[in-house]
Design a protein. Structure first.
Length: 188
């Protein structure tokens, strides 16, 4: 399945090569631009369906995702699981529930994201669920690019693709990256 997903990323030009600054602040030679992949609705249905199938046996009431990257994946997974989908979005620099979304006491959620490196947005979303009395049953992502340093979210962590993509601190760049301009193509 991983090879099939990576092939779709490459066919849609959603797996970029170059010098990128990730949302985590790390630098990388590769970037997964999931929005490019997910703009193709049949592909979005297919890959999100694969993720939903991996999550189907997890007992949950709802799905939540961080904006912006996780919204399409969360909506599709929620639809395929027959569950409500809500999202957390930035307000004054941090994620929060807006638009009248609520979390009931004891409501069980699956947190859905497109790509995880360090898992900061996922952890923020988990914290929102728990702060509002909800429970997190699992985390599901399309791409785990943590390179074996998978964040501990204190629940099952399920991905379609696990990759060991090199990342670098800004002050420890290899010469090929240090000598090229970086772009920051992800959401803010």
């Amino acid at each position: 399945m991983s090879d099939e997903i990576l092939k779709l990323f490459r066919q849609t030009n959603a797996l970029l090569d170059g010098h990128f600054v990730l949302r985590s602040g790390l630098h990388s030679r590769q970037f997964f631009q999931c929005a490019i992949l997910l703009q193709h609705t049949k592909i979005a249905e297919r890959v999100c369906g694969m993720l939903a199938d991996k999550l189907r046996d997890i007992e949950c009431d709802s799905v939540i995702s961080p904006a912006l990257g996780g919204i399409i994946v969360g909506q599709e997974v929620g639809r395929m699981l027959g569950k409500r989908h809500i999202f957390a979005e930035k307000d004054e620099g941090r994620l929060m529930l807006r638009r009248g979304f609520t979390i009931a006491n004891g409501e069980r959620f699956i947190v859905i994201e497109d790509v995880v490196t360090r898992g900061g947005r996922v952890q923020e979303t988990i914290d929102i669920v728990r702060a509002n009395g909800g429970e997190v049953a699992a985390v599901g992502v399309l791409v785990d690019r943590s390179g074996g340093a998978t964040p501990d979210f204190d629940c099952p962590f399920i991905s379609l693709v696990k990759l060991d993509v090199e990342t670098f601190e800004a002050d420890k760049l290899p010469p090929d990256l240090a000598n090229t301009s970086a772009t920051k193509p992800g959401s803010k």
